[in-house]
Structures are given as C-alpha cells and as structure tokens.
Design a protein around this ligand. Structure first.
Ligand SMILES: Nc1ncnc2c1ncn2[C@@H]1O[C@H](COP(=O)(O)OP(=O)(O)OP(=O)(O)O)[C@@H](O)[C@H]1O
Length: 246
C-alpha cells in the first residue's frame, strides 16, 4: 500500500492581520502529517500571526486555511481545537494559581470520563517526568522550562492531531532550550504533527523536517530544514546565523 503524505494544515494565498492592519501578504504554507515544520524569521515578520490566522484569532482577509482538506478559514478557536488542532501561545499558557495536576485536568475539560483523564495524565508524566515530580505544586512555582513543558502537556491532554507552538523556548536558559526542543521531537514521535515558531532559528531548524523563512509577512524561502541551515545567504541575511552550516 502506498501511503500518500497528506497536508494536515495548509494556507493558500493567506492575507491576514488585525483590524485594518495587514500583516501576512499572501502566505502559502503547509505541514504534512507527522512533520515538524519550523517557522523562523526576524522579529515582527508575522510568525505568530501565521499561527493566529490558522487558529481564527487573527483575521483572515483573503485566502484560505485548510485543515485535513476542510476549509476552517476564520472558524472559532474552540471549534478548531475540538477538530484536533492544539495551540500553545507564547505567554499566559498555564494557570499559575492552579497545580500541575489541575492544569492538566483543564486541558482535558471536554472529557467527562475520569479514568480517561487519569490515563492521559499518566501518558503526560511519561513524556514529562519533570512534571510528575511537581504534580501537586502550583504552576506559579515552576521554572520557565517546566512551565513550557506544562503548557505543552496541557495542550496534549486534548489529544490533538496537530500542535502549534509559539516560541516555546523564548526566555529559557540554554539547558531548558535543548530539553524543550527534545520534548517537541518526542511529541512528534507519538504521532502529533508539529508547527513550531522559533526565534532560535538554528536550534528550531535542527529538529525540523522543513522550514519557512517569513520576512515582512511573506515567505522569503522554504526548503528542507537542513538546506535552510546550510544556505550560504539566507541564514546570514535573516536568521542571525554566522555562515553556511553555522
Ligand atoms: N493583536 C495585535 N494587534 C495589532 N497588531 C498586532 C497584534 N499582534 C501582533 N501585531 C503586529 O503584527 C506584526 C507581526 O507580529 P507577530 O507577532 O506575528 O511577529 P513575529 O514574527 O511572531 O515576531 P516576534 O518574533 O517578535 O514575536 C507586528 O508588527 C506586531 O506589532
């Protein structure tokens, strides 16, 4: 049997922004099932807006967002998440006044079966043993890296097919940057399709299959991640990389 690589999420000529302000100027993007696709580019180039436009948070002015071939353009966030797209925003992604356990329960609030919630929580503790050790602590008392892991675990409690991550390594110490990105790979290995927005272009692309370089709301370059990393000009021009393969 030939298994065709199918597009889980696709944007076609996507023009999107906030109110009258246009941020994305015709973005064509896709992620195949079980890929990690990393979106990089300078500050303000529209990386977060691309995620938000997919999720119905930023306004799509023209063009389309497809999920498993269905048109979800400007659909409501809660509907989109029920369809199977999980999202971890850059900030405010956990409830600080709730414990780790309670945060995870919140991620599965649509599941009424308590045993099922426990089962999923156990799966999360297997991927994130760091959280098991802190399950009764308040999220407010976690380190930045642990908080990002909790945010990812919370999103995964809903068993999304695709997970959109907005700069999960921002403001983390180097040790946690590597750990969080390793977890992203592990999550993909459980069968989840990943779209990763990363400031840390080199590390973000190193775990990716393909990458997109967004510049002023347009796709400046897209290629297998390895090619972007070794491109003689792209890295230097847009990503703060020192030279080919740096
Ligand atoms: N809610 C909003 N309302 C109005 N403008 C916004 C909003 N969110 C972002 N913008 C603007 O959209 C542009 C693109 O922002 P976006 O966050 O998508 O970029 P980014 O590539 O993710 O950048 P960064 O790496 O700095 O997060 C910026 O000029 C920003 O000021």
């Amino acid at each position: 049997m030939i298994v065709m690589a199918d597009k889980v999420i696709e944007t076609i000529d996507l023009v999107a922004g906030y109110g009258k302000m246009v941020i994305l100027h015709g973005v064509n993007f896709y992620v195949l099932r079980n890929e990690i696709v990393t979106v990089v580019g300078p500050n303000g180039s529209g990386k977060s807006t691309l995620l938000k436009a997919i999720l119905g948070i930023a306004k799509v002015i023209s063009g389309k967002v497809l999920y498993e071939g269905k048109d979800i353009t400007n659909e409501r966030l809660d509907r989109i998440s029920r369809m199977g797209i999980g999202y971890v925003p850059q900030t405010d992604n956990v409830f600080p006044s709730l414990t780790v356990r309670e945060n995870l329960e919140m991620g599965a609030y649509t599941i009424k079966d308590k045993d099922e919630v426990e089962k999923r929580m156990e799966e999360m503790f297997e991927i994130f043993p760091e959280l098991r050790a802190r399950k009764d602590q308040l999220a407010a008392n976690l380190s930045g890296g642990e908080r990002q892991m909790l945010a990812m675990a919370r999103a995964l409690m809903a068993r999304p097919k695709a997970l959109l991550l907005d700069e999960p390594t921002a403001a983390l110490s180097p040790k946690y940057v590597d750990l969080v990105l390793m977890k992203v790979k592990e999550i993909r290995d459980t069968g989840v399709t990943i779209v990763l927005v990363e400031q840390n272009a080199k590390k973000g692309l190193e775990i990716a299959d393909r990458g997109y370089v967004l510049v002023t709301g347009r796709v400046a370059y897209t290629a297998p991640a390895k090619e972007i990393l070794s491109h003689p000009e792209i890295g230097k021009l847009y990503l703060g990389l020192k030279g080919a393969g740096a």
